[in-house]
Design a binder for this molecule. Sequence first.
Ligand code: TYD
Length: 138
Amino acid sequence: MMKVIKYAFQRHGDDRGMLVALEEGKEIPFEVKRVYYMYDTVTGVRRGFHAHKCLQQILICVHGFCKIHLDNGRGETAEVDLNTPFEGLYISNDMWREMYDFSSDAVLMVLASELYDEADYIRNYDDFVKYVEENRHE
Ligand code: TYD
């Protein structure tokens, strides 16, 4: 079973409600260059289907729930539930990911270590497996 890195963020709660704060270098182990989020995801949709050469990410389902399929290209996979706003899933660069089972109210927020760069994407699964194999001893 593949090791999954999930963070439980500190919750600052009081009688007014809850708050989570994320700081670069503390909760987030990389420089955050970009934030994006998915919402109004159509029921039954599966998306992602790529890996990255350099980009690291933390995924937080800030509302609703969804699932993440991870594949390290070496025969190991994991299915991860994201269903609370105080948990973050760390995804390293050379990891194939697919997102699925979105609730209709899901908001999936992503903190990313790089700006958007199509050249950093590996969108073909066979290319990904080859990439992992070639970069194994680096
Ligand atoms: P896409 O890469 O298809 O999303 P997924 O994570 O499901 O593979 O992105 C959808 C569209 O949004 C696509 O046209 C590219 C654009 N996009 C940006 O412009 N900036 C971004 O940071 C991201 C993640 C996507």
